[in-house]
Design a protein around this ligand. Structure first.
Ligand SMILES: [Zn+2]
Length: 138
């Protein structure tokens, strides 16, 4: 399991995962087709790789890769951006690492509107100043 933060919204992070997994699935199917004859590829009952198990856009994306289930949970982070929680097996580890590098990290420009610049705690915009250290927001 791996957990990371990204500056993307949960919808953008969800779309990144679903788009990349679609590409990987198509590639896996093409590779299977190359290995075997096209007749055995068309044989019924063949397990499809990276089959979509369950999705709840934009919060859950779960695929079934044969015996393994890989899933991603997306939740809005307190200070902006999205927390991504990935559960995977050794077999899908590379894919998850690849996906992680596709998501830009959270930066101060993502969080500055939400976080007090002096203490880093969540802003209370309606107050006009920081309740923790008295810093006045610009
Ligand atoms: Zn503060």
């Amino acid at each position: 399991m791996d957990v990371w933060f990204t500056g993307l919204t949960s919808q953008e992070a969800f779309d990144t995962v679903s788009k990349t997994t679609d590409e990987v699935r198509e590639k896996a199917i093409a590779e299977d087709a190359n290995k075997k004859s096209r007749f055995s590829f068309l044989r019924r009952g063949k397990k499809e790789r990276y089959r979509i198990d369950q999705t709840i856009s934009p919060h859950l994306y779960r695929v079934n890769d044969g015996d393994n289930v890989m899933y991603f949970e997306f939740s809005d982070a307190d200070l902006g951006g999205t927390q991504v929680k990935a559960t995977f097996s050794d077999r899908t580890k590379t894919l998850v690492q690849n996906l992680k590098t596709k998501m830009p990290p959270r930066t101060m420009s993502n969080t500055s509107v939400l976080v007090c610049p002096t203490c880093g705690r969540p802003k209370q915009p309606e107050w006009g100043f920081c309740p923790y250290d008295g810093n006045k927001y610009n």
